[in-house]
Design a protein around this ligand. Structure first.
Ligand code: NDP
Ligand code: GDR
Length: 344
């Protein structure tokens, strides 16, 4: 039986990856952080929390010694490093914490691999945020990096230290440069899920207006469940490498809002510009979306669109779910949750 370790199992990707590896017959160790109230809602929604081959272990990525013990005690031969302070907005307020977890955290895992068992295969969760300020369109593996947030800078360190351990010590370290991927399990602080949850609440009369920041930002949004399959494929390849996973389609935040309202049969009419822009219901004239500058970022990534050709060619990976279907799936899940639970 293959044994895998996933850091960050309480997050979106950790939950989907655990589900996938359990289906493939792996023994899975998933790490979570000690907090005053640990929350496993994602693995509970997937129904895997009591799976006999799943073991949850307490771990903090900032603790290098405990990374060594973790590899010694679990005997994992594949390590997926998904844990991170992953919210770009927060990284501007907590840059040092972000650097320690999101950047140096990857080094702790790589050092532990070098010490405990250099044959362990390592996946690093890199990100399109490393491309940041547009240097080329679409972005691919050889596009120059220009991160625009403390999060992006920290991830760039983690990416290069993975490449460095591959080249210096022959460690099988692969880096997946994943563009935004979403799902009903996405955290509510991220824009897609904030939108789909708010649209569900507006539809059900639980919320009046959705407040957002930059509506012009363009993102390449895919379905998370398909992206974790790509992570797994990277660690099954003959050689460690760097791969972009993306859909090669980009849309604005405004477009995603329009799609989400369309999923509940509300037609949105956009009026005004910049801070005064509003989205109104075409039928009733009621303002349902407005700008709140508090959601603007000190520096923005304006346009992301990725070319996943290398992943298709070398891994046979390609995205399947359209943005329309992804958005509908998320709105429907949020409608169900909001209907079921009055305090949701
Ligand atoms: P989430 O924010 O949903 O999950 C992050 C996970 O990291 C959580 O389980 C969190 O635990 C854990 N974590 C945070 N800090 C620590 C720490 N100090 N020690 C141990 N665990 C910690 O992220 P996603 O699932 O969306 O993303 C997974 C990874 O992929 C992240 O590294 C992210 O940066 C990266 N990524 C994500 C993309 C996306 O679009 N989703 C795109 C590209 C890269 P807790 O629940 O306790 O907070
Ligand atoms: P991102 O995702 O920063 O791309 O990072 P997020 O959903 O937070 O923002 C996407 C874009 O939407 C704009 N935006 C808003 N964002 C949020 N969160 N809330 C708002 O109210 C809002 N209004 C407009 C943002 O300015 C931005 O342009 C995600 C994370 O999952 C990272 O961990 C990952 O590495 C990247 O995707 C790829």
């Amino acid at each position: 039986m293959k044994t895998a370790l996933i850091t960050g199992i309480s997050g979106q990707d950790g939950a989907y990856l655990a589900e996938l590896l359990l289906e493939k017959g792996y023994r899975v160790y998933g790490t979570y952080r000690r907090t005053s109230s640990v929350n496993f809602w994602r693995i509970e929604e997937l129904g895997i929390q009591n799976h006999p081959n799943l073991e949850l272990v307490e771990f903090d990525l900032t603790d290098g010694g405990s990374a060594i013990r973790l590899l010694q005690t679990t005997g994992a031969t594949e390590v997926y490093n998904l844990a991170a302070q992953s919210f770009v907005g927060v990284s501007f307020d907590q840059p040092a914490t972000t650097a320690a977890i999101t950047g140096v955290g990857a080094l702790h895992m790589l050092e532990a691999i070098r010490i405990v068992n250099p044959k362990i295969r390592f996946y690093q969760a890199s990100t399109s945020e490393m491309f940041g300020k547009v240097q080329a369109v679409p972005q691919k593996e050889d596009t120059p990096f220009y991160p625009r947030s403390p999060y992006g800078v920290a991830k760039l360190y983690a990416h290069w230290i993975t490449v460095n351990y591959r080249e210096s010590y022959g460690i099988f370290g692969s880096s997946g440069i994943l563009f935004n991927h979403e799902s009903p399990l996405r955290g509510r602080e991220f824009v897609t899920r904030k939108i789909t949850d708010s649209v569900a609440k507006i539809k059900l009369g639980k919320l009046d207006v959705l407040e957002l920041g930059n509506l012009d930002a363009k993102r390449d949004w895919g379905f998370a469940k398909e992206y974790v399959e790509g992570m797994w494929r990277m660690l099954q390849a003959d050689e460690p490498d760097t791969f972009v996973l993306a859909t090669n389609r980009t849309e604005t935040v405004r477009d995603f809002v329009t799609l989400a309202f369309a999923a509940v049969d509300i037609d949105i009419d956009w009026k005004g510009s910049e801070e005064n822009e509003t989205g109104t219901c075409r039928k009733t004239g009621k303002v349902l979306v407005r700008i709140n500058p508090k959601f603007y970022r000190p520096a923005e990534v304006e346009l992301l669109i990725g070319d996943p050709a290398k992943a298709f060619e070398k891994l046979g990976w390609k995205p399947e779910t359209t943005l329309e279907n992804l958005c509908k799936m998320m709105v429907e899940a949020d409608l169900r949750r909001n209907e079921r639970d009055a305090s949701f």
